[in-house]
Design a protein around this ligand. Structure first.
Ligand SMILES: [Zn+2]
Length: 234
């Protein structure tokens, strides 16, 4: 696929459509593919991981036209991004709010920086799938029916796929990041677990801890290959 000239990459070449609204009423936007959706990439489900949104936006802005087979969501948790919080506006970690068999009401503990202990508490929601952002993402996936979803996160520096599928192997080889089957601690109610229960391949692509500039240089070309359908993984 031909990429846009540098002077044109300030904007995305086509318009998104809404797939729902956040708790604060922000539009949840998806950039849909021109053909049948094979892959969905989403960023910013944790609002303090803005680098994932910036990198996926840059990749989209390099395309001259809609992706043939890949949908993109730049901000799965726009309220968290606006406020700079991991959770949504109600303090819920959306990646522990999916309606899975292992969903639990216990507080979610996370690290405020990579070197800290996991001692900051968030809510997994008042029940499985309690948050509008979670339900809207599920509805979008049920509508688009992608075979695989890539969830962008930071900064654990790994490719995480419980199934160790072809796309995960391709991403690990392409990025040099290690391929793992889990992140090393329990994640009840996570998006990955939900996908596993619904036969949808979920690959968690965790950027390394780095500057936004370095992430854009190293990871945007990988995202462009996925969006352009030129990655040889399927
Ligand atoms: Zn995350």
């Amino acid at each position: 696929m031909k990429l846009r000239a540098r002077q044109d990459i300030g904007t995305i070449a086509w318009e998104p459509s809404a797939y729902g609204s956040s708790h604060l009423g922000t539009s949840l936007e998806a950039w849909r593919p021109s053909g049948k959706c094979e892959l969905l990439i989403h960023a910013g489900i944790h609002g303090e991981e803005a680098e994932t949104t910036i990198a996926l936006s840059r990749a989209l802005r390099l395309l001259t036209e809609p992706s043939p087979h890949c949908a993109a969501v730049l901000a799965a948790n726009p309220d968290g991004l606006i406020r700079g919080t991991r959770g949504n506006a109600r303090g819920v970690d959306l990646n522990r709010n999916f309606p899975t068999r292992d969903w639990r009401p216990d507080p979610v503990e996370h690290r405020s920086t990579l070197d800290d202990p996991r001692d900051v508490r968030l809510s997994p929601g008042s029940g499985p799938g309690s948050e509008p952002e979670t339900r809207a993402l599920i509805d979008l996936i049920e509508e688009l029916k992608p075979k695989t979803v890539v969830a962008l996160h930071a900064p654990l520096a790994c490719i995480d796929d419980a199934n160790q599928g072809q796309l995960a192997h391709w991403l690990a080889e392409r990025t040099g990041l290690p391929l793992v089957a889990d992140v090393g601690y329990p994640t009840p109610g996570s998006f990955g677990t939900w996908g596993g229960e619904h036969n949808i391949g979920i690959v968690t692509y965790e950027f390394p801890l780095s500057t936004t500039d370095a992430l854009v240089r190293e990871h945007v070309p990988v995202l462009v290959e996925l969006l352009a359908g030129e990655a040889s993984w399927s």
